[in-house]
Design a protein around this ligand. Structure first.
Ligand code: F6P
Length: 357
């Protein structure tokens, strides 16, 4: 009987449970009885031997439940080789737990940092199969991550709500969206929500061009303007700074986020009232949408198929509308950015959306 461990790592998203359900149902269907161990709070559970012996039934009835029944935590990859406060060597401890339980495979649901750790464990000789989780959609090698679409839905409905209030006031509205260093959520929600200006990290903005877009709307008789701004959006001047200098600038800033600085600058330059809305972690909350339920289920079953074939060291991925897998070593440490040359950017520009560039 195969012994399988499973964990969810990093920031949560809506369809972690749906994905685990797909893995476990798939394993059960393909292999019959399995020994299952669920690690609590991500890699922490593996380091400190915090696990639960689980049954396939534990993964039933969770298709629509957001969050993760196993709990999750962040264990930054850059600190993975630094012993904890008690001197515990994390990598050695994770290997020890895996070998103590005599696991045949560890299943990891995680984003960028978690995939790096998964790859490291693979290089250390453990059998790993991983799945691409993150609302940011920034994992290299997969066209889509699970969690992304549900986050886009929430971000879009925030912009939708802003639209109705915006049309009653002559104001500039900024909706700041998550995405860490990439602009996928903002780009998709911005288009879906009908934003007039979309600012993403991959396309540094020129403030004067942002103003031009606001004036253009005013000149055409539109009383309000909606900006969808990624939390990592950056101006062209700031993009010229070294990473260190930019971090220092941010640390010394009196503004809580990029949007508040932008709001002040727009107000000073135009005299228009500006409001900022930040949906924040609501973008990771609630139930997974049907699209995510479908891809989570399919990716989960594909992971089970890899385990049944004993093809380890791989991450399952979406290629267009098909499911495939790639070696973990190929994706670990690489981010998938929006490219300014992507067709979706050209489409948006030809619609009249300004990216401030
Ligand atoms: O990676 C997912 C994400 O939600 C990012 O979009 C965001 O920058 C970050 O996590 C927030 O992290 P935390 O939940 O640790 O505040």
């Amino acid at each position: 009987m195969k012994k399988i461990g499973i964990l969810t790592s990093g920031g949560d998203c809506q369809s972690l449970n749906a994905t685990m359900r797909g893995v476990v149902k798939g394993l059960n269907h393909l292999l019959g009885d399995i020994d299952l161990y669920g690690f609590e709070d991500g890699y922490r559970g593996l380091v400190y031997g915090k696990y639960r012996k689980m049954k396939p039934e534990d993964f039933s009835g969770i298709l629509t439940r957001g969050g993760t029944i196993l709990g999750t935590s962040r264990m930054p990859f850059k600190e993975i080789h630094i012993p904890d406060q008690f001197g515990v060597d994390k990598v050695a401890a994770m290997k020890a737990t895996y070998h103590f339980l005599k696991l045949d495979c560890l299943v990891v649901l995680g984003g960028n940092g978690s995939q790096k750790t998964a790859n490291l464990l693979c290089e250390e000789g453990l059998n790993i199969v991983s799945l691409p989780k993150t609302i940011d959609n920034d994992l290299w090698g997969t066209d889509m991550t699970f969690g992304f679409q549900s986050a886009v839905d929430i971000a879009t409905s925030t912009i939708d709500c802003i639209h109705t209030t915006a049309s009653s006031h002559n104001r500039v509205f900024i909706v700041e969206l998550m995405g860490h260093k990439v602009g996928w959520v903002t780009l998709h929600a911005g288009i879906a929500g009908g934003a007039d200006i979309i600012l993403i990290p991959e396309i540094p903005y020129n403030f004067d061009h942002v103003l031009d877009a606001i004036w253009k709307r005013a000149d055409s008789g539109k009383g309000f303007t909606i900006l969808a701004v990624a939390e990592g959006a950056i101006s062209q001047e700031d993009a010229l700074l070294s990473k260190k200098k930019y971090k220092e600038k941010q640390a010394n800033s009196t503004y809580a986020t990029v949007s508040y600085e932008l709001a002040d600058r727009i107000h000073e330059a135009t005299g228009q009232e500006v409001r900022v809305t930040i949906p924040g972690h609501t973008q990771r909350g609630g139930v997974p949408d049907p699209f995510d339920r479908v891809i989570s289920t399919r990716l989960g079953v594909a992971a089970a198929e890899l385990i049944a074939r004993e093809e380890y060291g791989r991450m399952v991925v979406m290629r267009g509308y098909d499911v495939d897998s790639i070696p973990l070593s190929e994706t670990a440490g690489k981010l998938k950015y929006v490219s300014p040359d992507d067709q979706i950017i050209k489409n948006a520009k030809n619609l009249g959306i300004s990216f401030g560039d």
